[in-house]
Design a protein. Structure first.
Ligand SMILES: O=C[C@H](O)COP(=O)(O)O
Length: 214
């Protein structure tokens, strides 16, 4: 199981969370990655933790003010890019363009989707992974694996139908090792989570619990 901790724009200490994630990954052998704000990619990557960008633009070098270029996040130490997160929705052409920009740079990719239909569409574009997240459960503390297990099962089936090698992650409301195990039981190959770690008093303790059953 892959555990990707998206720090969103939470006011947490990104380096402290990254150090905790690196420690837990080293101690347990679990694959744990952290996706900080773009400005924090370099110091987060310097901790040794697997580091992802929360987004990359479809554009390349040129007159594109405010863009987050795939080569720039890679230079800063990112090895993957999250695309089309529910809080950073893209048009279809931009998802495709951002995917190509990330791939051309050698970044791993996850395309997020709200539901199994969108998972099928996302998987068709050929990312390394897709992630299903019902928006209404994001930040709720109620895990998708309990509130809506069928959405995870159906997402896995949808991805398998259009592009069988694409692994499916699930996210929203995941905070514990039990949630991660439930996600795995539904066919998910990883979890995408945020508030459970970013808002925790002791992120290392939460991370240890998250990977305790994998
Ligand atoms: O990127 C992470 C997801 O939106 C899940 O967020 P959450 O763990 O706070 O529910």
């Amino acid at each position: 199981m892959f555990v990707l901790v998206n720090l969103k724009a939470y006011p947490c200490d990104a380096v402290a969370v990254a150090e905790a994630a690196a420690t837990v990954a080293d101690d347990t052998g679990a694959r744990i990655a952290v996706a900080p704000q773009a400005a924090h990619i370099e110091p987060v990557a310097e901790t040794g933790v697997e580091t992802w960008a929360q987004h990359v633009s479809s554009s390349g070098h040129g007159s594109h003010t405010g863009s987050t270029l795939a080569p720039a996040v890679a230079d800063a130490g990112a090895t993957g890019a999250l695309l089309n997160h529910s809080e950073r929705r893209l048009k279809l052409a931009d998802i495709d363009g951002s995917l190509r920009a990330a791939e051309d740079t050698g970044l791993d990719t996850i395309v997020c989707a709200n539901n199994p239909r969108q998972v099928a569409a996302a998987a068709t574009l050929g990312p390394d992974m897709v992630a299903v997240e019902p928006p209404e459960l994001i930040g709720s503390g109620t895990p998708v694996s309990r509130a809506d297990p069928d959405i995870v099962r159906d997402a896995v089936a949808a991805a398998d139908e259009v592009n069988p090698p694409v692994p499916v992650l699930c996210g929203a409301g995941i905070t514990s090792g039990d949630d991660v195990e439930a996600a795995a039981d539904l066919g998910s190959e990883g979890v995408l989570l945020a508030s459970g770690v970013a808002k925790a008093d002791d992120p290392e303790e939460v991370l240890r619990d998250l990977v305790s059953g994998i």
